[in-house]
Design a binder for this molecule. Structure first.
Ligand code: SF4
Ligand code: SF4
Length: 214
């Protein structure tokens, strides 16, 4: 498949599914399959990609904003935009597979509802945080768990950003249902640097942070 065609197919997938997910539920498998057909020729890759694209916690709108539109939540963690189709398709697949692996392991650690988390169930640290997710758009953090917690081995690698060079955002950033709001999939046991990030740190990054619509 010509690379330019693959790039366009990848961007179309991100825009259609990421844009749709902004206000609604995860995409239907047949919708994701139709768009994935132009991106991944291999049946196994396509099947895995579709499974992740339809997952109720995948931050699909953030994938569109970062990989598709070039949003950078943290200006100190720049990620070049993929301009070639093969690279974008590969990076997206790495991220999608990672999401499936991490979500599967999370089941025994953090108890999220299987069907996804409605946006109105989120509080945003008592109201000051608008759950834009931009503070988690970085290339990795120090994967230091809270006292008494030990993460599964692959999580240290994923949290420090070594699973995808360069990651567009933390792979534990999940998307709520119904509104383009984001939350930490590891929230009850998130790493110490993430726990320490508070209102003053957020405000230092404003006005570029806050609830945005693409
Ligand atoms: S950048 Fe600020 S407002 Fe946005 S999610 Fe992070 S803490 Fe909340
Ligand atoms: S672990 Fe959670 S809070 Fe920390 S960067 Fe990842 S998603 Fe954000």
């Amino acid at each position: 498949m010509p690379d330019d065609q693959r790039l366009q197919a990848c961007l179309a997938l991100l825009e259609d599914l990421g844009g749709g997910r902004e206000q609604g539920p995860p995409p239907r498998p047949e919708q994701a399959h139709a768009l994935a057909a132009g991106v991944w020729g291999d049946t196994g890759e396509r099947t895995q990609a579709v499974q992740a694209l339809c997952h109720p916690y995948l931050a699909l709108t953030m994938l569109w904003r970062t990989l598709g539109l070039g949003l950078r939540g943290n200006p100190h963690h720049l990620r070049p935009r993929d301009r070639d189709g093969a690279r974008l398709a590969r990076d997206l697949l790495v991220f999608l597979r990672l999401h499936l692996r991490l979500s599967e392991k999370l089941k025994g650690v953090v108890d999220w509802p299987a069907a996804g988390l409605p946006a109105n169930a989120l509080e945003g640290d008592g109201g000051w945080c608008d759950l834009c997710g931009q503070c988690c758009c970085h290339c990795g953090t120090v994967p230091a768990p809270p006292p008494g917690v030990s993460y599964p081995p692959g999580w240290y690698h994923a949290l420090s950003g070594e699973a995808l060079h360069f990651q567009p955002f933390c792979p534990f950033l999940f998307q709520a249902l119904g509104q383009p709001l984001y939350f930490c999939g590891l929230h009850p046991i998130k790493p110490l640097p993430c726990r320490d990030f508070g209102r003053a740190d957020c405000e230092r990054g404003r006005p570029t942070r806050g609830l945005i619509r693409a």
